[in-house]
Each structure stands twice: as structure tokens, then as C-alpha cells.
Design a protein around this ligand. Structure first.
Ligand code: RVP
Length: 495
């Protein structure tokens, strides 16, 4: 006979935190959101720690190099999506690792033979008004000039006017050579009243722009997540099919951590992938696995060598796995069971395995609940998809700005490897939808508010660290009636 679990599957919205004693020193400024990313022995420290407990989802519509740079600058980490060719994923990882704060690899480049029409189109597409003009139209060709919004007049200049007729040519540009420090570059910018400073190598091949505004931003990123050589930390998603080619390529590119991306991680495919990586690289390559929703799945992946385990099946905002396949578990219930198994494993072995709650965060307070329930960090797709830095288009839908957001199990992503059960290649049916999410502005501005809310919740509960929060938080189940009581009720809310 089939086994029936006694417990009902529950979600975050069905729980609330009970406030604890808030001491005088329990103020948001004293709260640290530092957390472990990969396994460690009791008494030691995780070799990678996040400064905020957030990672962005392994999805085409969420985590590319731009998102990875923005999130690492703010203390979190992106897992660059794996549903692309190995070469393209490697290029993204390289861009993050080569990113020097304040030194920007240009994504808006043209050749001198292009026209004003091309400039306008590129500006609309990339949002950048400073365009590098190189001999081959790429970000590393020989620099021949730059174009900014001050070089042309819309309505007066003809659209077929050649770039070479109105760009500032190389001979008139103030440039710097590779090797210059950010503060030296900034001094030149100030001295010459520039908005941007192109940096070139010995042969005048274009390398970077330094923008006046970026220097100021850099000073505002005290939580930046970087390695010992000051390069930003970045992760990458892998699959259980081409790992023997993909993993070495990513490792060569300097990736800091990998994660096997699958909707159902309790499989021999994941075990084989983990064993391959550990046999090839030992402990020098860190790799997470998942997703699982119970103790058995968790222990299976841990025994196979996972450095962290991702929890959650079917809870993602764009995910219809539960509807199509009838598998999954309420995110809160899954997390509670696996957190308990993780703590038990620590007691028995002295090894701490961080767990990641993946999917289903609909409100900022859900993040605090997930942390209180034992998550070491949280993976989010919808949350990050809304920001300027996500890779998708911003579109106007019924008068509101939205960003595109699609699941890896949708026809649009065609990520069949994530849903692979062996057998033939190709997506057999959809497990995800193609959708829009409300555009929300910049990652930095939004994260500031979210982090502020979580710190404030932790203070209300009497905690200044995630470790203590998940050890001693007090939670309660709520009835559907008390959920109604939690919102504005019995009043007519004014617009
Ligand atoms: P959310 O943050 O609720 O948008 O969920 C994101 C998570 O949803 C991802 O990290 C992943 O685990 C899952 N996902 C991604 N694509 C799909 C799908 O197409 N079903 N699900």
C-alpha cells in the first residue's frame, strides 16, 4: 500500500513569526545577514560566505552576467543559467570574473560606417547612450572613436548620416591605458570634466569604459562579494547530461561554485554527476545539488558529495510541475523536514550542509520565514526578474511597464535537460509558463528595502544573526481567518 504522510503540505503564507524580546542592541544596523554557501566542518568556516542570503535563479530570464555582476556587488550571488551552449555560458562567467568594479566592458559598440539610425536603434536596445566605435564593432576591437548623446541632434541630423561624420575621433579622445587604477581614472575624469573614460591597451584595442557615475556607485557597495583577488564571485548551473564537457570549461573560466539544475534532483543522474566532479576535482570545486523535498532526497545527495542542497519542487511562480505531473510539496513543509535532517546530520557527522530554499517567495516576509525555518540562503527568480539588471525586455502591458519572465520548463526556454529522466532528448511537455512580472527598477534600490525589512523582522524576534534566528525563532501556523485579520480589514481603504 502507498505511504501517506500525516502532515499537510504547507506554504510560507501559512506561518507567522512570534516576536521575541528585542534588546537595546538589537537594531537593524547590528544585524548581519552573512551566511554559509557550501558545507564545512563544525568549528570551521564555509569557504564561501554570502553577505546577504540571496541567490538568483538558474534561469535564462534571470541570471546572466549583468545580473551576476549587480548581485555580487550587493553581497549575493547568481548562478548563470546553463540552458545555453557551453561557450556562451563560459563567456558570461568570464565577463563576471573579468569585471573590475568601475571598469565596464562595453555592450554598445558600432563601426564608423554605421549610421545615426543604427546609433538610435542601439541606444533603444541597450539603454546606453555612450557607444564605442571600434574597427570591427566589438568591445575589444581597435578604438576609433566614441559617440554620446551630445554628438547628434535628432530632428536636425539625417538618419543616414555616417557615424564617422559625427563621432569624437580617437585623436581627440582622452583615453587611459590598461593598468590604471579606478581612483587614477576618476582623477582624469574630474580633471577633464568627462562623463566616460575609454581604457585601451598598448595597441589601442578597446578594453573598458570608466564612467563618472560608476565610481560613485562603487563606493556604495560595502557588501560586495569578491574572492581573494578582488574578482566578483559567481556560480553556474549545470545539467546531468553534458557535465563532462561543461564542468571543465566552467572551471577553466574561473567559476566559483556550480549547481546541478533539475526540477527533481533525487536521481542517480545527480549522484553520477556529483561523483564525477568530486573524483576529478576533489574539494576544490564546489557543487550544489537538488531539488529535493524530503529527508531521503537530502541525505542521498549529501552522501553523493553535494556541497549544498536545494529544496523545492513545484513552488516556483512560473512552475506548473505540480499541475502537470502531480509531484511536489508545500515549500514550508519541505524546508522544515530538510532543515531537521540537516541538523541531525550535523550532530552525527560534524558536517554542516547549507540548504537553499528555492522558489515560491511571493512576499518579502516569506524570506524571513524561510530563514527562520532553517534555510541558509534563498534562491529567487520572480523577485530578480523584475529588475533592470535581468536579461529580459521591459515591455508596456496595458499601460504598465512589465519585464518578461519565463520558466525553464516552458517551450520558450526549451531546457529539456532540467526535466530529463534519461531517454530521448527534447521537452515532451511544458512544466513552466511564459509570463510578465511588474517592472520594479534597479536591483540595488529594491534589495535595500528587502534587506531592511528582513533585518527589522529579525530585530522584532530578538536576533542579530541568521545562525541564531534559525536556531531559536518561534513560528506559528495561522488559520485562514487570522490571515484575513493580518491585512487591512473592516475599513474602506482610501486610494
Ligand atoms: P520563483 O522565485 O517563485 O519565481 O521561483 C524560481 C524557481 O522556480 C527556480 O529557481 C526554479 O527552481 C523553478 N523553476 C524554474 N523554471 C521552472 C519551470 O519552468 N517550471 N521552475
Amino acid at each position: 500500500m502507498a505511504k501517506y504522510l500525516k502532515e499537510t503540505s504547507r506554504t510560507f503564507s501559512e506561518f507567522l513569526l512570534i516576536p521575541g524580546l528585542t534588546s537595546f542592541d538589537c537594531v537593524p544596523d547590528n544585524v548581519s545577514l552573512k551566511t554559509s554557501l557550501v558545507k564545512y566542518r563544525k568549528g570551521e568556516k564555509s569557504t564561501i560566505e554570502l553577505n546577504i542570503p540571496f541567490v538568483s535563479a538558474i534561469m535564462q530570464s534571470v541570471s546572466d552576467d549583468q545580473m551576476a555582476i549587480a548581485l555580487a556587488k550587493n553581497g549575493g550571488l547568481s548562478f548563470v543559467f546553463g540552458s545555453q551552449t557551453i561557450q556562451k555560458q563560459v563567456e558570461m562567467i568570464e565577463k563576471v570574473k573579468q569585471h573590475k568594479s568601475g571598469f565596464v566592458i562595453s555592450t554598445a559598440n558600432l563601426i564608423a560606417e554605421n549610421t545615426l539610425k543604427d546609433v538610435i536603434a542601439l541606444k533603444a536596445k541597450t539603454g546606453h547612450s555612450t557607444i564605442a566605435i571600434t574597427d570591427n564593432g566589438t568591445a575589444n576591437g581597435k578604438l576609433v572613436g566614441i559617440v554620446t548623446g551630445r554628438d547628434y541632434r535628432i530632428g536636425t541630423d539625417l538618419m543616414d548620416k555616417k557615424v564617422k561624420e559625427f563621432m569624437t575621433p580617437f585623436s581627440k579622445l582622452i583615453t587611459a591605458k590598461v593598468g590604471i587604477t579606478l581612483s587614477e581614472a576618476n582623477s582624469i575624469i574630474w580633471e577633464h570634466k568627462l562623463n566616460s573614460l575609454p581604457v585601451v591597451d598598448e595597441d589601442n584595442n578597446f578594453k573598458f569604459f570608466v564612467f563618472r557615475k560608476d565610481y560613485d556607485n562603487h563606493k556604495d557597495n560595502p557588501l560586495e562579494l569578491s574572492d581573494e583577488t578582488k574578482k566578483l564571485i559567481v556560480g553556474a548551473g549545470i545539467n546531468t547530461r553534458d557535465y563532462k564537457d561543461r564542468v571543465p570549461a566552467l572551471v577553466n573560466a574561473g567559476v566559483d561554485v556550480l549547481c546541478i539544475d533539475s526540477s527533481d534532483g533525487y536521481s542517480e543522474w545527480q549522484k553520477a554527476t556529483l561523483e564525477y566532479i568530486k573524483a576529478e576535482y576533489g574539494d576544490s570545486v564546489k557543487v550544489g545539488a537538488g531539488n529535493v523535498v524530503d529527508k531521503e532526497g537530502f541525505l542521498y545527495l549529501v552522501e553523493a558529495g553535494a556541497d549544498f542542497v536545494k529544496v523545492g519542487v513545484g513552488g516556483g511562480s512560473i512552475c506548473i510541475t505540480r499541475e502537470t505531473k502531480g509531484i511536489g510539496r508545500g515549500q514550508a513543509t519541505a524546508l522544515i523536514e530538510i532543515a531537521e535532517a540537516r541538523d541531525q546530520y550535523l550532530k552525527e557527522t560534524g558536517i554542516y550542509i547549507p540548504i537553499c530554499s528555492d522558489g515560491g517567495i511571493a512576499q518579502d516576509y516569506h524570506m524571513a520565514i524561510a530563514l527562520a525555518m532553517g534555510a541558509d540562503f534563498i534562491m529567487m527568480g520572480r523577485y530578480f526578474a523584475r529588475f533592470d539588471e535581468s536579461p529580459t525586455h521591459k515591455v508596456l502591458v496595458n499601460g504598465n511597464y512589465m519585464k518578461e519572465y519565463w520558466g525553464e520548463g516552458s517551450n520558450r526556454a526549451r531546457n529539456w535537460e532540467r526535466y530529463d529522466m534519461g531517454g530521448s532528448t527534447g521537452l515532451k511537455f511544458e512544466e513552466g509558463v511564459d509570463s510578465y512580472v511588474p517592472y520594479a527598477g534597479s536591483l540595488k534600490d529594491n534589495l535595500e528595502v528587502t534587506v531592511g525589512k528582513i533585518k527589522s523582522t529579525m530585530c522584532s524576534c530578538g536576533f542579530t544573526s541568521i545562525a541564531k534566528f534559525k536556531e531559536d525563532a518561534k513560528l506559528t501556523l495561522v488559520s485562514s481567518v487570522s490571515i484575513v485579520e493580518g491585512g487591512a480589514h473592516d475599513v474602506l481603504v482610501r486610494e
